[in-house]
Design a protein. Structure first.
Length: 678
């Protein structure tokens, strides 16, 4: 045994530098080495610059009682003494094959249950470490970004610390890295580690034996892992995951409580949390039909906007410069709720879902608020659906186990009070895999099925699929089940198991079939690429493809397809793909003074279930102005012949029949009469 393992540093309770004391190793009944940790105090957190805002404020924490912590992460062999069935996860996605590698694909609930099993087996008190205990041990008396190497980790400890769309397998053997000054291994990297606490903001005052907030939606995860950029391996870096999430990145280590004064709240438990009052949804719901919006229905044609619904607020530490990918819905109280993601880089982990509400009485959007986030996880793709019959609001979102949107899982929440409180997130699809990138445009079919479209791929081509629930969201089926890896060839009259085009809009036709339009995967007609259409007669299991009359769209653009309350189908898209500004062709539109050439965002109407689209209208009121479309759109000129040139679109229509369209940053209001008017 080397000196680094024999000498374990412990912090004294004074504000002076920690002193080193000799302690002993202890091995429990399943061969897990436990390290004695003495009481002490330390500075938890950091300055909280930029996307690391949740590390602030730095504050003093007192650990008042001794405890033991496992010197390494729990291994496959150790965990499978509790759960032999876990062997089926060994080697999944080419990670963690051997007995001595860190166990992965364990949820927070799994880890907590392991602690309960070991406690009963040994007659001792085991649990997960609190976030404060974890950082106290990780730092081991240090105050730099890393406890080993000070300003940077030694190269020998960096296990493929890159962020890739497909993680590169590396060995996860525990105890092979350099131990910290207290003889604890793998606290920087190898695998992430579950902590006891719900994730929440830090307090500013001195804390004694903190155990996080009493409730929340995600559990703290610490330490970073393989395939994780080194900045996320820092001692103060905070991450979180939903308690039921199992990923190739996350394992755990355990704590044995040996003192009597450690006053952590063990009420965190292993069951479902009572989060955000959990929507309090067992009470009677208001019916959307009984609720009156109070909005005046305009007489005749109406158009208003555009006005920004994304109001950039520098005072909001969780708001970043790139705001994109909206979803919007009307609510039973007459207001609108819009959500979107905010990030500095779409592929990065700071991506956060924000929200804003439109007050029709004031005619304005509220300042952005934090809506949904798991710390250090990419959150690409959101959708909202309001069920006016039950008054239930659905929220769907993608959530990565890392950065990028290559391997999202799909989660759902519900609210019975117009989104003011929410249920705990549940997994529609817990697998982190392609096919879970949410597209705004949830629908309910005539049969009562909830249908959520998702991109089938993280690339620009490869089509879309559906997740379908026949029981109000309790259980879900993937429309391409059994054909997940098949990529159809999208050709005229061809067939396949995916919708042609990503970012698809989907409607149900009067005969029960489904119609979808998509982006890219274009089909050539009359020598020109056209937007693809897909038809399914078996609720999304198989599709037939054909070219539409519409020009294709591309990067920075997303169409919408919706059935209006009055009956017609409405499609909103763009006259030109955004990737080639040298070949802008526009489209022919009919106006009061005859035909003209228009450019940018337009709406089309079909009165025969998508067979023909006789009405096409450029979405502008003709006023000459320069507008900021946000995200990839930026500044553009709007006038009689020019509308917004690109953006991600989301649309809703309330009981008053007003159509509300959100682009990447702007809100338009109009009605069917205005669309029909030349």
């Amino acid at each position: 045994m080397n000196n680094a393992k024999k000498i374990l540093a412990v912090c004294c309770l004074s504000a002076a530098l920690p002193v080193c004391l000799h302690t002993r190793d202890y091995t429990n009944s399943i061969g897990m080495k436990m390290v004695d940790i003495a009481p002490g105090s330390f500075l938890m957190g950091g300055p909280g610059y930029g996307r690391n805002y949740d590390e602030a404020p730095a504050h003093e924490v007192v650990i008042s009682a001794p405890f033991r912590i496992s010197a390494t992460e729990v291994t496959n062999a150790q965990y499978e003494l509790f759960d032999p069935g876990h062997r089926e996860y060994r080697g999944r996605n080419r990670f963690s094959f051997r007995d001595g590698e860190a166990v992965v694909y364990v949820s927070w609930d799994d880890a907590a249950a392991f602690c309960e099993w070991l406690s009963e087996k040994e007659g001792k008190s085991y649990r997960l470490p609190t976030e404060a205990e974890w950082e106290y041990v990780c730092r081991a008396g240090s105050m730099g970004p890393y406890a080993i190497g000070d300003r940077a980790l030694p190269k020998s400890m960096l296990k493929n610390q890159v962020e890739t769309w497909d993680p590169r397998p590396v060995p996860l053997d525990v105890g092979k890295s350099i131990p910290n000054a207290w003889g604890v291994y793998d606290m920087h990297g190898n695998v992430e580690e579950w902590c006891l606490d719900w994730y929440g903001p830090y307090p500013s005052s001195v804390q004694k034996d903190p155990a996080g907030p009493a409730e929340g939606i995600s559990k703290v995860v610490r330490g970073g892992s393989h395939n994780t950029p080194a900045e996320y391996l820092r001692s103060s870096n905070r991450s979180s995951s939903f308690p039921g999430d199992r990923t190739l990145f996350t394992g755990f280590r355990i704590v044995e409580v040996t003192g009597d004064s450690l006053s952590v709240r063990l009420s965190s438990g292993t069951g479902a949390p009572d989060v955000e009052t959990v929507g309090k949804q067992d009470g009677k719901r208001d019916s959307g039909k009984r609720r009156k919006s109070g909005n005046r229905i305009p007489d005749g044609p109406f158009f208003s906007g555009p006005v920004p619904f994304v109001r950039y607020d520098r005072s909001k530490e969780y708001m970043f410069t790139h705001n994109h990918c909206p979803a919007v819905t009307w609510l039973g109280d007459g207001s609108l709720l819009a959500i979107w993601f905010s990030a500095e880089n779409e592929k990065d982990r700071e991506m956060t879902v924000l929200s804003s509400r439109y007050d029709p009485a004031k005619g304005e959007w509220s300042s952005p608020e934090l809506f949904f986030k798991a710390a250090d996880r990419n959150m690409t793709g959101s959708s909202l659906y309001y069920d006016g019959e039950s008054g239930l609001l659905y929220h769907f979102n993608g959530v990565e186990a890392a950065g990028t949107w290559g391997h999202l899982a799909l989660v759902m929440r519900t609210s019975a009070d117009d989104g003011r409180t929410w249920s705990a997130p549940v997994f529609v699809n817990p697998e982190h895999e392609p096919g879970n990138q949410v597209i705004a445009g949830t629908i309910r079919t005539a049969e009562g099925y909830i249908v959520q479209p998702c991109d089938a791929t993280h690339t620009v081509r490869g089509g879309s699929i559906l997740h379908i629930s026949m029981d109000g969201g309790k259980t879900w089926e993937r429309s391409d089940a059994g054909h997940e890896t098949e990529v159809p060839v999208f050709t005229e009259n061809g067939t396949g198991h995916r919708i042609a085009g990503i970012h698809a809009g989907v409607v149900q036709l009067s005969d029960g079939s489904l119609l979808a339009f998509g982006r890219d995967d274009n089909i050539v007609k009359d020598g020109k690429p056209r937007m693809p259409a897909s038809i399914s007669h078996d609720m999304g299991k198989t599709w037939t493809y054909h070219a539409t009359e519409f020009p294709p769209v591309s990067s920075g653009q997303r169409l919408v397809l919706k059935r209006l309350n009055e009956g017609p189908l409405m499609m909103i898209s763009f006259t030109d793909a955004s990737i080639d500004y040298r070949n802008i062709e526009g489209m022919a539109f009919s106006g009061r003074d005859g035909e003209y050439r228009g450019y940018g965002m337009y709406a089309a109407l079909s009165f025969d279930e998508g067979k023909t689209w006789p009405v096409k209208k450029l979405l502008t009121d003709g006023t000459r102005r320069y507008l900021d479309g946000g995200a990839f759109t930026g500044w553009f000129l709007s006038d009689v012949t020019h509308a917004e040139p690109k953006g991600y679109l989301a649309v809703t229509q309330g009981p008053d029949n007003m159509i509300h369209l959100c682009t990447s940053a702007l809100h338009y209001m109009f009605n069917l009469e205005w669309l029909m008017e030349k």
